[in-house]
Design a protein. Structure first.
Length: 270
């Protein structure tokens, strides 16, 4: 028997990219879906495609930077489906540039979406998962930039490191209750995050002369499809993995980071 069939999942950023791929993967397993996105038409297009294939899916216009919006999403999900079991706090934006030349608007925009968006999802849904007593799983989307600091991605790294730490703590807290928590840390995925990060940025937080597509020179590694990320997320939920990684080259990068830390305990360094 498929343990995912009939469960209810909420996916923020569900109108495209990784979020849409997650929805497809969940729908294939019989999961009922709420696709939340700031652009309702994009989320509705994904939901309509899933319904055409026989899935039970709806769309919701949600601004994850608004605690009230995310709380309303939780209330409406439970009202519509009676419960919620899988929460994917997936909405995110990318910010590029040197820390020294970044603006306060860069910090505020990035943290509002990447960090506070996850916090709002945790605040709205985790108490409901606990109260239901039906198990469940929370997936927070971070990045490889949440595990290793990278030049040109300082603000982005800060937001994603925060998500990693939050999820590590949440994993420990929820495990005794039979609820899983995973942090998704991909490298480059074939999505429109760069373009969306500019077009969805509030006018009051835009910088003069901001390019349509931020420079991505700092990003290295292979590019994989969102569908491959979604496959690994579903597997991670089934196994209750804490970390969900996506690229083989991540292993050596993480080893180098650990080695630098471990060397600081050598007698000469200590």
């Amino acid at each position: 028997m498929d343990e995912l069939k009939g469960r209810v999942a909420v996916v923020t950023g569900g109108g495209g990219g990784i979020g849409a791929a997650l929805a497809e993967a969940f729908a294939a397993r019989g999961v009922r879906l709420v696709l939340a996105d700031l652009q309702l038409d994009a989320a509705e297009a994904v939901a309509a495609r899933l319904r055409a294939g026989g899935a039970d899916a709806i769309a919701a216009c949600t601004d994850v930077t608004s605690r009230d919006d995310v709380e309303a999403l939780a209330v409406d999900t439970v009202r519509r489906f009676g419960a919620v079991h899988i929460v994917c706090n997936n909405a995110g934006v990318a910010t590029f540039g040197e820390i020294a030349t970044s603006t306060h608007a860069d910090w505020e925009f990035t943290m509002r979406v990447n960090f506070w968006g996850v916090v709002h999802g945790v605040e709205a849904f985790v108490p409901r998962l606990l109260a239901q007593g039906q198990g469940g799983h929370v997936v927070n989307t971070a990045s490889m930039a949440g595990l290793v600091g990278m030049q040109w991605l300082g603000i982005y790294c800060a937001s994603k490191f925060a998500v990693v730490g939050l999820t590590e703590a949440l994993h420990r807290e929820l495990k005794p209750h039979g609820i899983g928590a995973s942090v998704l840390c991909p490298m480059i995925v074939a999505t429109n995050i760069n373009e969306n990060s500019v077009t969805r940025r509030p006018a009051e937080l835009r910088n003069p002369g901001e390019p349509l597509v931020p420079p991505a020179a700092a990003m290295v590694g292979s590019t994989i499809a969102p569908e491959e990320v979604a496959r690994r997320v579903v597997r991670g939920i089934e196994r209750k993995d804490l970390y969900i990684l996506t690229h083989p080259e991540q292993r050596d990068i993480l080893k180098r980071r650990w080695t630098r830390q471990d060397q600081m305990f050598e007698p000469g360094a200590w």
